[in-house]
Design a protein around this ligand. Structure first.
Ligand code: ZN
Length: 284
């Protein structure tokens, strides 16, 4: 197939999938530039596609405040406050603003925070400092954490294991303490995170034909430990791969997970939505 033929066969951007009632996108960045020019339509397509809620996640103080503004306007959106590991080099400048935002309330979690040794856009010692500081903030404010870990499997696990061992199930015996956003590790590591009290979030990359490891995790993890997410505008699932991602497309990911497991898409939607509501403490 020529590249141009492939392009014409791709679905257009902004097409709402067949609805999957009740599904939740556990991780979105609709504040991003790519999604701002038609933001109202992006949200409308999310609701039209059956989403009951979405979790909007900040990466620095500015986008944290934008996430909270959106959550205050739209009750189906819940905001998460944090400094991304790429931005950890700005911790000194961001710290006071982020802390003030969190103390102002209106957030359901702290994130996205973590370690990224793939792109290494911040020095590693500053990534560690930013992560550890925000883990303590989460404990102080009784909020769960949203973790970004890339090419740092064991390093990130070691930090979270130490922290989880110290803070315990601080949100209550039946609630997890965090989620592994865009989980890209293997099944054994996923189980170790579940044992620490984390949920495993499956992104759109699970739909990619060459992602055997991600598909194994999505097939074999209990639904009780799973979330589905877009991480929009990135990591667009099939059939929109190569285009901009948006919350509505979490439906494609949930349906694909159901096909891997041989169950009904409604079951994936219902269970992962219940997990998101429990983790972030809102009613469905
Ligand atoms: Zn993200």
């Amino acid at each position: 197939m020529t590249p141009s033929a492939g392009a014409t066969n791709r679905p257009a951007e902004g097409v709402a999938p067949e609805p999957l009632p009740g599904v939740i996108d556990a991780h979105s960045h609709t504040w991003s530039r790519e999604l701002q020019h038609d933001h109202t339509a992006v949200l409308q397509r999310a609701w039209d596609s059956g989403l009951s809620h979405l979790i909007e996640v900040g990466c620095d103080t500015r986008t944290t405040l934008a996430s909270r503004d959106l959550a205050r306007r739209e009750p189906r959106v819940h905001a998460v406050a944090g400094l991304h590991p790429h931005e950890a080099k700005n911790l000194a400048a961001e710290r006071a603003g982020l802390q003030a935002a969190i103390e102002g309330g209106g957030f359901v979690g702290i994130g996205e925070i973590g370690l990224d040794f793939f792109r290494d856009l911040s020095p590693r010692d500053e990534q560690y400092e930013s992560l550890r500081w925000q883990l303590e903030l989460a404990r102080q404010h009784s909020l769960p954490v949203v973790i970004h870990s890339r090419n740092a499997d064991e390093e990130c696990f070691a930090v979270l294991k130490e922290w989880a061992g110290r803070v315990g199930r601080y949100l209550g015996p039946d609630r997890e303490i965090g989620m592994m956003h865009c989980y890209a590790g293997d099944l054994a590591l996923a189980w170790r995170y579940v044992d620490l009290g984390f949920l495993i979030s499956v992104p759109g990359t699970v739909t990619y034909a060459n992602n055997a490891q991600g598909q194994e995790v999505a097939r074999l993890m209990p639904l009780a430990s799973m979330l589905v997410e877009t991480d929009c505008p990135y990591l667009t699932p099939v059939p929109h791969r190569g285009r901009r991602n948006e919350p509505a497309y979490v439906v494609h990911t949930a349906r694909f997970v159901a096909s891997l497991r041989g169950c009904e898409p409604a079951e994936v939607a219902r269970e992962t939505a219940a997990n998101a509501a429990r983790l972030f403490g809102f009613a469905l």
